[in-house]
Design a protein around this ligand. Structure first.
Ligand SMILES: CC(C)(COP(=O)(O)OP(=O)(O)OC[C@H]1O[C@@H](n2cnc3c(N)ncnc32)[C@H](O)[C@@H]1OP(=O)(O)O)[C@@H](O)C(=O)NCCC(=O)NCCS
Length: 140
């Protein structure tokens, strides 16, 4: 039995371990000890974890900027994949974004992770012709 709940500090080690496993090539600024406290400061109810047998088995982070919803950090423990947990995490994030008035959700997939596209398609997401750009800001 899996439940999807809001992140709490007692889940930190589980999420950290999950992300290290699921995102082995993550840049340093995505590390759990940096990104979780920031998310807890902004829209903490959009950082969700899937819990099974008292263990973190999945995660998702969403955000609403007043124009678009965003989804990131979706991950499920390898041992628990293909059991519908990822889809359940997406649905709960979508429900919470819709409650905030969000009408469209965007997400990004790194080109080398194209195998995940089948999952997003199953969840109703479509490819859009976009070029993604980004900029790192200096820490003040
Ligand atoms: C993507 C991920 C979260 C999916 O989690 P999951 O719990 O296994 O997904 P679900 O069981 O809910 O899958 C639902 C459906 O999506 C599709 N799907 C899931 N994984 C898939 C894959 N690797 N390839 C193709 N289709 C896939 C299937 O249609 C699946 O239904 P089915 O099992 O009945 O065939 C998981 O594979 C993961 O953690 N990957 C590593 C992290 C990652 O790359 N995250 C995305 C960053 S953009």
């Amino acid at each position: 039995m899996i439940s999807i709940v809001e992140y709490a500090d007692r889940y930190f080690d589980g999420v950290d371990a999950l992300w290290r496993n699921a995102f082995p090539n993550d840049p340093p600024w995505n590390a759990a000890h940096i990104s979780i406290p920031e998310k807890v400061r902004y829209q903490p109810n959009l950082l969700l974890v899937a819990i099974g047998a008292d263990q973190v088995v999945g995660s998702i982070m969403a955000g609403y900027d007043g124009h678009r919803g965003w989804i990131s950090r979706i991950a499920v423990l390898q041992s628990h994949r293909r059991n519908g947990i990822g889809e359940a995490l997406i649905h709960e994030a979508e429900r919470r974004l819709a409650d905030l008035g969000c009408v469209k959700i965007n997400l990004q997939v790194v080109a080398s992770n194209s195998t995940v596209l089948g999952f997003y398609r199953k969840c109703g997401y479509e490819l859009e012709e976009r070029v993604s750009m980004s900029k790192l800001l200096p820490r003040v």
